[in-house]
Design a protein around this ligand. Structure first.
Ligand code: ADP
Length: 607
C-alpha cells in the first residue's frame, strides 16, 4: 500500500510543512531539532514553507487542552493546509494519531524525536520516522567501565506523565543492574531532596538521569534546568541520554544528537515530497547512538581518555598546545632545525680550522726551530771562539802545572790557583754549550712565568762574543724591578737574538764609530717594553712596513723569515712589535708585552 498520497500541487506552489512540537517552544531539544530540520529541509527543497506549533505538554494537558489545540490548529491552517505533517515528540504524535482525521486527513505524517517507548503498538502505521532511544543500558555499561570504583548507580526521574513514562521504561531497561550495582531510583522526589542526596555521594556512585519536567512538589521546569541544578550539587559523575544537557557539568552518555534528529527528519520529509513510500525509505528501527562526552569532565572525574571508545564524540575539547599553536610550533621547529644545521656546519668548520691551525702551529714551531739552527750557524764564529778560549786557557794552565811539578817546586798555593783556573774555564766552556743546547733543542711551547731581565742577560751572554768579534759595542740595561711575563723562555730568547743579529748586520755597514747596539727594558704598569736600537743604516721609509713580511730581505744571503717569525712569536704572547728609524741614524725595534703582576714571596715572620 502506498503510504503517501500524491502531492500534485507541490511543484508549482512549494510545499507547506506543519511541525507540531510536543513541548514548549524554548525546550532546548526543540530549538536544536528545529534549527537543523529547517536548514536541511530548506537546502533540499528551497521553496518549502515551514510552520511550527508547540503543544506545550506536559505543562498543559487533559481533554480540554487537546480539544482547544485541535480547534486552533484546524482553523489557523484552514486556508493554507499543510502538505506534510510532522510530529516532533511522542505527545505530538499521539495528538495527531488521535486527531488528524478531523484536521488534515490527507496529509502524510512524519515523526521525529519520538522515543521508542512512546510508540504505541496499537497505532496504525500511518506515520513514518526514526524514533530515538534512551540508551541507558549501554550508557551505564560504558560509565561502569570508565569508573571502576563505582558500586552504586542512582537513576533520577520526575513526576509528570512523561517523567513517569521515562521511569517505567528505565526500570524495565535497567533491571539487570539492580543487583549488580545496587541500582536505585529517586523518582518523583522534591528537587531539594534530590540535590541533598546528590551532594552526599562520593566516588563509589554514579548517576543516570533524563532530567524531569515536574518534581515531587509539582514544580514544572525544563529537564535541562533540573540537570543544571543536579550537576552543580552532585559529588559523583552524571550520565544523561540527551546531548542538549552537555555543558551543564554532566559527563555525557550514549545518545543520538538532536541535531541529527532534525537533520534526519528533514531528509525523510524531502523524500516524502518526492513521493517515496515506506519501503523505499528503508528506515532503521531507531537513531543510532554514540558516546558523547564533555572533555572537561574527564579530568574532573579522573577518567582515562584512552578508555573511551574510538567513536566517542568529544565536546568542549580544549585544543592541546600543539593543536592551538601548531603554526608557531612548526615555524619554531623549522628555525631550530635550520639553526641546528647551521651550528653543525659551523662546528665542522671550526673543527677543520682547528686542524688547520694545529698544522700551522706545528709548521711555525718547526720554522722557529729551523731559524734557531740558522742563528747557530750565524754564530759559529763566536761560538768557536767562546769555547776555544777557555779550552786554550785550560791547556796552558795544565802545561804550567805540569812544568811546576817537573821542576820539583811544590808551591801548593800556586798549584791550587792553577787548578781553580782550570775549573773556572771548564765551567765557562760548558755554560756556553748549555746555553746553546737550550736554545737549539726542540721543545714544546711553554707558558711559564719568566723574568725578561733574566732572559735578556742570557741573550747578552750568548751574543757578547759575537759582538766583540765584530767589534760592536753591545750594551744592555735591565729593569729595576722584576719584568715578569707569561711565555716561552727560548722563544723570547730567539726574538731578542734575531733583533740583535739584524742590528749587528746593520751596524757592520757603517763606520766603526757608529757600531753601537743598545737593548733596554722599560716597565710600565701593565706593559714591558723591550727596545733594540742601533746606529746602523736604518730602514728606507718604503720598507718600514714590509720588514715583517715573510721572505722580505735586503741581504744577499738573507732568507727574510727572521722578523716574520719574531712577530708571530710576539703576537702569540699577546704582544706587539714595531720599528722606527732613529735620527740621525739607525733603527729601533720595540716590543710591548703584557706585564704580569709580580708576586713577591711572603716574608716569613719570626717564630
Ligand atoms: P733577513 O735577516 O734574512 O733579511 P729578517 O726578516 O730578519 O730577514 O729581516 C728582513 C729585512 O729587514 C732585512 O733584510 C733588512 O733589510 C731589514 N732589517 C731588519 N733589521 C734591521 C735593522 N736593525 N736595520 C735595518 N734594516 C733592518
Amino acid at each position: 500500500m502506498a503510504l503517501f498520497m500524491p502531492l500534485a500541487a507541490f511543484a508549482e506552489t512549494g510545499h507547506h510543512v506543519l511541525v507540531l512540537f510536543s513541548n514548549a517552544r524554548l525546550l532546548p531539544a526543540n530549538i536544536a531539532t528545529e534549527q537543523s530540520f529547517r536548514e536541511t529541509l530548506l537546502s533540499a527543497a528551497p521553496n518549502t514553507e515551514i510552520s511550527t506549533e508547540f503543544l506545550d505538554f506536559p505543562r498543559f494537558s487533559g481533554p480540554d487542552h487537546v480539544a482547544n489545540l485541535k480547534a486552533y490548529v484546524k482553523r489557523k491552517y484552514a486556508e493554507r493546509p499543510p502538505d506534510v505533517l510532522v510530529a516532533a515528540g511522542g505527545d505530538a504524535l499521539r495528538f495527531l494519531h488521535e486527531n488528524q482525521g478531523e484536521m488534515f486527513p490527507a496529509a502524510p505524517l512524519v515523526h521525529i524525536g519520538v522515543l521508542t517507548s512512546q510508540l504505541d503498538p496499537r497505532w496504525d502505521n500511518r506515520a513514518v520516522g526514526v524514533p530515538i532511544k534512551i540508551d541507558a543500558e549501554n550508557t551505564i555499561e560504558d560509565a561502569l567501565r570508565l569508573h571502576p570504583k563505582v558500586e552504586q548507580v542512582l537513576v533520577i526521574t520526575g513526576s509528570s506523565p512523561i517523567d513517569r513514562s521515562f521511569e517505567q521504561q528505565l526500570r524495565k531497561d535497567l533491571e539487570r543492574f539492580v543487583e549488580k550495582t545496587k541500582l536505585q531510583f529517586l523518582a518523583g522526589l522534591p528537587t531539594k531532596a534530590v540535590l541533598q542526596r546528590l551532594s552526599e555521594l562520593d566516588e563509589r556512585a554514579l548517576v543516570f538521569t533524563p532530567g524531569y519536567f515536574r518534581d515531587g512538589e509539582g514544580r514544572d521546569s525544563f529537564p535541562k534546568e533540573t540537570i543544571d541544578l543536579m550537576a552543580r550539587a552532585a559529588n559523583a559523575p552524571i550520565y544523561v541520554p540527551f546531548d542538549t544537557f552537555l555543558g551543564t557539568g554532566v559527563v555525557g552518555g550514549r545518545m543520538a544528537s538532536f541535531h541529527d534528529v532534525g537533520n534526519h527528519g528533514a531528509k525523510i520529509v524531502a523524500r516524502v515530497f518526492a513521493r517515496a513510500n515506506a519501503q523505499e525509505l528503508d528506515l532503521p528501527p531507531f537513531m543510532p547512538t554514540q558516546l558523547h562526552v564533555d572533555w572537561r569532565q574527564l579530568a574532573r572525574w579522573d577518567i582515562d581518555p584512552s578508555a573511551l571508545p574510538a567513536d566517542t564524540i568529544e565536546h568542549f575539547r580544549q585544543p592541546g598546545y600543539w593543536e592551538e599553536h601548531y603554526r608557531e610550533v612548526l615555524i619554531a621547529f623549522t628555525i631550530v632545525a635550520f639553526q641546528a644545521a647551521l651550528i653543525s656546519l659551523l662546528l665542522l668548520e671550526r673543527h677543520r680550522r682547528h686542524r688547520t691551525e694545529a698544522a700551522l702551529q706545528k709548521n711555525r714551531f718547526e720554522l722557529a726551530h729551523a731559524s734557531r739552527l740558522a742563528i747557530a750557524g750565524e754564530l759559529t764564529g763566536s761560538i768557536t771562539h767562546e769555547i776555544s778560549q777557555p779550552l786554550g786557557a785550560i791547556l796552558s794552565n795544565a802545561a804550567a802545572g805540569e812544568l811546576m811539578l817537573q821542576s820539583g817546586a811544590h808551591d801548593t798555593n800556586a798549584l791550587r790557583d792553577i787548578l781553580q783556573d782550570i775549573q773556572r774555564d771548564d765551567i765557562r766552556a760548558s755554560q756556553v754549550m748549555r746555553r746553546l743546547r737550550a736554545l737549539l733543542q726542540k721543545h714544546e711551547v711553554d707558558h711559564a712565568v719568566i723574568d725578561l731581565n733574566e732572559v735578556l742577560s742570557e741573550v747578552a751572554d750568548i751574543l757578547r762574543a759575537e759582538a766583540l768579534r765584530r767589534n760592536v759595542a753591545l750594551t744592555v740595561s735591565l729593569a729595576q724591578a722584576p719584568a715578569d711575563i707569561k711565555g716561552d723562555r727560548v722563544q723570547i730568547q730567539q726574538v731578542l737574538i734575531n733583533l740583535v743579529l739584524n742590528a749587528l748586520d746593520s751596524v757592520m755597514e757603517v763606520a766603526p764609530v757608529r757600531r753601537q747596539i743598545h737593548v733596554g727594558l722599560v716597565l710600565s704598569d701593565r706593559t714591558i717594553t723591550v727596545k733594540v736600537q742601533d746606529r746602523g743604516v736604518g730602514i728606507p721609509p718604503e720598507n718600514v712596513t714590509r720588514v715583517f713580511d715573510s721572505f722580505f730581505t735586503t741581504k744577499a744571503e738573507g732568507i727574510g723569515l727572521g722578523l716574520s717569525i719574531v712577530r708571530t712569536i710576539i703576537e702569540a704572547h699577546g704582544g706587539k712589535i714595531g720599528v722606527q728609524n732613529l735620527q740621525p741614524h739607525g733603527a729601533v725595534f720595540h716590543i710591548d708585552l703584557p706585564r704580569l703582576e709580580h708576586k713577591a714571596p711572603k716574608e716569613r715572620t719570626a717564630g
